[in-house]
Design a protein. Sequence first.
Length: 77
Amino acid sequence: MPATIVKCSVPNCQSRAESKIAAPCKGSRFTELKTYGYACAEHAGDVIEYARKRPKPLHLPSEESLGALGTYALAGQ
């Protein structure tokens, strides 16, 4: 199967993403990362700032929680 190349989320940037900007999301039956975007080295600050400014969910079910925003390295990029 061919490798998937993830591009930076910044419009008009064609660089490969090096990191995923996400927050851990936990529920009664799952734990996953809520993705806000992908960033190349040059645009990491822009994507993080965008993620911080995005509206947060107003209501989460009682069994769900959204953790702190973080930067996660993409393997194989």
